[in-house]
Design a protein around this ligand. Sequence first.
Ligand code: ME8
Length: 593
Amino acid sequence: MKFPYLFATRAVLRFQQSPFLLPVPALWTHPRSAALSTRLCKDDRSYYITTPIFYVNASPHLGHLYSAVLADCLHRYKLLQGFNSKFATGTDEHGLKIQQAAEAAGKDPMTFCTDVSKQFRHLFDSCNISYTDYIRTTEQRHHEAVEHFWSVLWNKGLIYKGSYEGWYSTQDESFLMPSQVGDALDSLGKEIKVSLESGHKVEWMKEENYMFRLSAFQSPLLDWLRGNPQVVQPDRFHQVVLKWLQEDLPDLSVSRQRSRLQWGIPVPGDDEQTIYVWVDALVNYLTVAGYPDKHNQWWHVARHVIGKDILKFHAIYWPAFLLGAGLPLPRVIHVHSHWTVGGKKMSKSLGNVVNPLDRSQIFTADGMRYFLLRQGVPDSDCDYTDNKVAKLLNAELADSLGGLLNRCTAPALNPAQVYPSFCSQSFPREQGGRAVGEDYLMLDAVKNLPAVVEKHYETMHVYKALEAINACVRLTNGFVQRHAPWKLDRKDSEDQRWLDTIIHISLECLRIYGTLLQPVVPETSNKLLSRLGVQPHERSSTALNFLPRYQGMDCPFEGRALGSDCGVLFSRLENQNADKQKPMKTKKSANFK
Ligand code: ME8
């Protein structure tokens, strides 16, 4: 993926500056104090995470679900840690492309937006996306927030009347420099100009409108990024933004003539102009936080999950607007790469769009969540196939994790259906019992797992967290296999104690895995923890003390009855050759002894 230099030249932008152009007001004091204020509140237990708000011009696809699942995972993880977490998603409903899509559908824009927005909401509800706020930019609360935000920028002299002449992509709702535009042929063989980055058609636009003094923010933005090297993650995207900012940064057109764009919020005090859809859209994050009156609790802890396609809007325009308005900047912008299909971007014309609702009905909500988070790598694009989903889920959720639970709770090994006792003579802290060297290594790995997982969740490298959990599940399966408890003689009391110890340790491992997996596969984790008899209040990150009996402490679970058997943990998907997009049959997971 190449990132074009978005601000290569100023030549195409010609604007007349307002005769009343004010100096940038006290701007130079904001960047550092705003950035600093993001570091001061270390003990604050508030957490605020957002997804992009999605355009309603088309139905949701796999990529939209991916962003939502990533943000949901972080939100759920923070709740486990005892944070007061707010999580917002929603739909972006204004702009020319929505106006045109509604026209094409023969619906009035509001009905059209409501219909598609409901589809997004239904998808997210079906996949257990536990948002605390679902925002639509057509809501009154948002209208008020945008008007207020605009007025603040206007009153600070950061917006002036000018004229814009240049390329515009309606599909991307984005202005482009000539260096970002190339030649192409449309479906009828006609020559057109397209955005080199997105491939979408661009048109020459010449309009009187309002301009934002983006150029004044070049150096404050550079200071902010250099002073906060973790603010755009992963680092490769941080570097991309730094590079863009070293190019020219022209002022930005922030309105469109109302005669061309009616579907949007009018510029306060000028009914001839509509606010640019990206200003409108970005302010959604503030609206949810309670702007303009009640945003303080949330705004200084905001973090955004976005796809790489909208990096420029979030890492340049948005912080510049916020600095201009005197508001703190986001703590982190978590950027992820894209899902492709057959190595290509999903698009209606290629017919390769993956419908996430269909897929979640086939693979289950947890199955899709697990797949997306296990295979999705923020740094680089990933290719989707149904076959990969089936293979991964069978191997890791059905066989490895489900098989382990099955083994350790099977009535043949655990007829009393309790969390059995740990015997420290069988598994002493120093060698000498029945445990071998590899068993001690396994205990170390599981003990360290919560810290490893936390580090990866925090940086949104969920796939690494899942890789680590899965490696530990394999170690525990190896432990059970190595000691073959089904071969032990139950009539021999020493054997019985050792058998109980093996099962106790394995259940403790499963308890840690189930607790750590809650943000990723909430239903499966609930099933697992309930089967182990772990109560809801025993599932937070404070409960991640692994195997207290080995440390010489009491274990609250020892001797407790297991929860009732509620069937296989995760059903195997029978048909591995699933790319024909047929619904799959499921069958019970492999039954180990
Ligand atoms: O850009 N793989 O909305 P949008 C992974 N309304 N993620 C993908 C993806 C893919 N192939 N395609 C899209 C907009 N996404 C604006 C945002 S925010 C203030 C306004 C995800 O419907 C990814 O998060 O085009 C991307 O940034 C977003 O959807 C774009 O969604």
